[in-house]
Design a binder for this molecule. Sequence first.
Ligand code: P6P
Length: 334
Amino acid sequence: MNSSTLGEFLLGRPGDFQYENAELGRLLNAIRLAGKVVSHEIRKAGLVDITGTVGSTNVQGEEQQKLDIFANDAFINTLTNREIVCGIVSEENEDIIEIHGADNRNRNKYVVVMDPLDGSSNIDANITVGTIFGIYHRISPIGTPVTMEDFLQSGNNQVAAGFIAYGTSTMMVYTTGNGVNGFTLNPAIGTYYLSHPNVTIPKDGGIFSVNEGGYVHFPQGVKNYIKYCQKEEGDRPYKGRYVGSMVADVWRTMLQGGIYFYPESTGKPHGKLRLLYECNPLAFLMEQAGGKATNGHMRIMDIKPTDIHQRMPFFGGDAKMVDKAMEFIRLAGE
Ligand code: P6P
């Protein structure tokens, strides 16, 4: 069976973009192209001197890897050249990136939030890293400068979201609110082919994914849930799996089931993951795949952001397992 290409898939799903006049399709195509450019660069990391750090840090205070900057530039340039977005928020940039059209006016109607290369500290160890993106309609009037409010929308307003995983193969996985589909890049011809149609999180996957190195600093309810996962009872103990690269851990959870969580801790009172360009896009994917994503108390996508780089605890995956984690948090009075 010939799998359709991403381009054919986008053309074949006009219903996905019924209110978007194909602009959203063009926007996803721009992301698809930038993903190929970044994938090519990552594949040769180590062969040329592009791994390692450049001695600078990003707004998060994290050391910037050379590929972080390359990926950030690739996505910003591609999105700018296509004249589809009026602004971008990137993990690598402290402020909003305003994009003017050819006539120096903001006639474009979308904004994009992105982590251009999440998990980049794993690059030198040849571990899967990824680009995470979310797409919104701007809410400020077309033709005016993009505003902070355009980006501080709840995740419910995402018109599309997804990731590109640079792993054993390069994959683009996205949703426009009509399910989740995954495409694998054939690097020989530079074409993505539909490889994972209608992704659905298996029930009772029996895997829990958390950095247990933080256990002593977790809230008591989270500690109690981890002990529950490890207890020999019924279908437990669950398997423990943790890559330390969110795209890899979330994609494994979507394919094999289970729960991935990054809770708050004494050292990270709001967790580590960023709400806008990590939690919301991956929460959208998990819900569209039949799962659930919360901050331990409420749906991630119901949260009204207050800052473009704010952090948020994240519990996502099999709905039953997420509910059980929330029950332990509630029972602990947290
Ligand atoms: P820790 C990568 O820096 C990242 O933002 C996510 O991709 C990943 O899940 C998490 O941080 C890993 O953090 O504290 O477990 O090393």
